[in-house]
Write a protein that binds this ligand. Structure first.
Ligand SMILES: C[S@@+](CC[C@H](N)C(=O)[O-])C[C@H]1O[C@@H](n2cnc3c(N)ncnc32)[C@H](O)[C@@H]1O
Length: 210
């Protein structure tokens, strides 16, 4: 008879496998100098929910930005999060390497309604700072500038809400196209990530026991 431990491990690995089969390797998020840890953590939670796998971020703060796991619900553990120090260079590199369209949120009349974009194409979505928005350097790299229509007195949404709205439009389009049924990761990549996630769990347990 299998021990409970083995059953728990098998269930966990199965869950990892199912989630990784739905990960959208070619839907990437760039967070430009978001300063509020709740906002950043909420963005990460949404990324995981939609199947985004990678999040890059730039921060003016020396320490970078903290993640609040009570807000992210530890979604950060299932994402690859990388801080970049030169945002322009980083976006150029990602764009060239992966041939992604750079879609930048820009609250201006000249921007397209966010629903006009085809998010089934490889996409890097850029969201910006709570006060300043996205930096001008990044704006120059945009293939598309988008805005979520606003009908009220307040001129902008909270950045995590805006990210959620846009990513769920991306999810809707990708679902319609059956993109969650075809894994974007190879079996080898899935295996490597499963191994990493499992090792991380073991390391966290050891850390807790200290
Ligand atoms: C509070 S807003 C920044 C407002 C800033 N004054 C500006 O003009 O960009 C913070 C971020 O949330 C996102 N955001 C908020 N409202 C949005 C909207 N209506 N359309 C698109 N993005 C939005 C963008 O990523 C923006 O950079």
């Amino acid at each position: 008879m299998q021990s409970n431990r083995i059953i728990v491990l098998e269930d966990r690995l199965k869950r990892f496998y199912e989630v990784l089969q739905k990960r959208q390797k070619d839907l990437v998020v760039f967070v430009d100098d978001v300063t509020n840890e709740h906002n950043f953590s909420a963005i990460l939670r949404t990324c995981d929910a939609v199947g985004v796998m990678r999040v890059y971020y730039f921060s003016e703060a020396k320490k970078g930005i903290e993640i609040n796991e009570a807000v992210s619900m530890a979604a950060n553990r299932w994402l690859f999060i990388e801080r970049v120090y030169d945002r322009e260079k980083a976006i150029k590199e990602i764009k060239e390497r992966e041939n992604l369209q750079v879609v930048v949120t820009w609250l201006d009349e000249s921007s397209k309604d966010f629903r006009e974009i085809n998010y089934t194409k490889p996409t890097l979505l850029v969201v910006g700072n709570e006060l300043k928005g996205v930096s001008e350097d990044i704006l120059n790299l945009a293939d598309e500038r988008i805005v979520i229509p606003m009908m009220g007195m307040v001129q902008s949404l909270n950045v995590s809400v805006a990210t959620g709205i846009i990513l769920y439009e991306a999810l809707r389009q990708r679902l319609d196209k059956g993109m969650y049924l075809k894994p974007t990761l190879s079996e080898k990549e899935i295996e490597e990530i499963i191994m990493k996630w499992n090792n991380d769990i073991i390391a966290r347990r050891k850390e807790r026991r200290k």
